[in-house]
Write a protein that binds this ligand. Structure first.
Ligand code: ADP
Ligand code: MG
Length: 240
C-alpha cells in the first residue's frame, strides 16, 4: 500500500529526512516513535504530499506522490490525516465539517454525504453531537470527529500525527479506542505516537525514527521490549 525508497527532505540547508526506506502492506498498522525533531511529522507530511520530497520515491496505493504531474487533491482524497490539534473548521457544525469534502471533492450529493456522516458519527460514538460546533466539544470528541471527517473521504490509508498528545489524559483512551477499532477493521494506518501501550497492543510493526532515518523497526514486542539499537534503548529509557 505504501512504498518509500530513499526519501530525502531538506529544509534549506537542513537535511531532515536522510533516506527513509519502507514498505507498508495493506491493513498493516505501523506506529512511528522517535525523539522530537527527528523527522516523524515531516515523514507523514511527505506521504500525503503536504511536503514535497527533495529526493527518493513515494508510492501510495500505486500513485507516485512526488510526481509533479499528479493531481494532489485526488491523491490526498485517498489518504486521511489526523493532526495533533486544529483539525476541525471552527465556524462549521460537526455535520458541515463531515460533508464538505465529500461534496466538494467527491461530488457526492448532500443527502448521500449526510448519510455517510451519520454512519461515521455513529461509529465514533458522537451522533448526538451532529449539530454541535467544535468549541462545544471536548478535545477527545473533537479528535473523534476529526477521524470521522477523514474517513468520510473513504481513504485507503490513514495517517495520524500524535493524535492524542494535546489531550487531557482522561480523554486519550476514547480516541485510541476509535483508532483501535479502525485498525481491527483492516485500515492501513501509520501512527506517530508516544502511546507505547497502544503501539504494543495495536501495531503490527514499530518504526524508531532518529535523525531522519528508520534506525530500527520490527514487531512491537521486539522494538519496545528488546531493542537492538542503542539509540532506541536510550529513547525508550526516557519515555517509559
Ligand atoms: P518530529 O515530528 O519528529 O518532532 P519534524 O518532522 O516536525 O520532527 O521536524 C524535523 C526537523 O525539521 C526539525 O528540526 C524541524 O525544525 C524541521 N522542520 C520541520 N518543518 C520545517 C519547515 N517547514 N521549515 C523548516 N524546518 C522545518
Ligand atoms: Mg511531530
Amino acid at each position: 500500500m505504501i512504498h518509500v525508497k530513499q526519501l530525502q527532505k531538506n529544509f534549506g540547508r537542513a537535511h531532515i529526512l536522510r533516506g527513509i526506506d519502507c514498505d507498508i502492506e495493506e491493513s498493516e498498522v505501523v506506529c512511528v516513535i522517535g525523539p522530537s525533531g527527528s523527522g516523524k511529522s515531516t515523514f507523514l507530511r511527505c506521504l500525503n504530499g503536504l511536503e514535497e520530497a527533495s529526493g527518493g520515491e513515494i508510492l501510495v496505493d500505486g500513485i507516485k506522490v512526488n510526481d509533479p504531474h499528479i493531481d494532489l487533491n485526488a491523491m490526498r482524497a485517498g489518504v486521511g490525516m489526523v493532526f495533533q490539534r486544529f483539525n476541525l473548521f471552527p465556524h462549521m457544525s460537526v455535520l458541515d465539517n463531515l460533508i464538505m469534502a465529500p461534496m466538494q471533492v467527491k461530488k457526492m450529493s448532500k443527502a448521500q454525504a449526510v448519510l455517510v456522516a451519520e454512519k461515521l458519527l455513529q461509529k465514533v460514538g458522537l451522533l448526538d453531537k451532529i449539530d454541535a460546533f467544535p468549541n462545544q466539544l471536548s478535545g477527545g470528541q473533537q479528535q473523534r470527529v476529526a477521524i470521522a471527517r477523514a474517513l468520510a473521504m473513504e481513504p485507503k490509508v490513514m495517517l495520524f500525527d500524535e493524535p492524542t498528545s494535546a489531550l487531557d489524559p482522561e480523554l486519550v483512551g476514547e480516541v485510541l479506542a476509535v483508532m483501535k477499532a479502525l485498525a481491527e477493521e483492516g485500515m492501513t494506518m501509520v501512527v506517530v505516537t508516544h502511546e507505547m501501550a497502544f503501539a504494543r497492543e495495536v501495531a503490527d510493526r514499530v518504526f524508531f525514527i532518529d535523525q531522519g532515518v528508520i534506525m530500527e523497526q520490527g514487531p512491537p514486542e521486539q522494538v519496545l521490549g528488546s531493542p537492538h539499537n542503542e539509540r532506541t534503548r536510550d529513547f525508550l529509557c526516557k519515555v517509559l
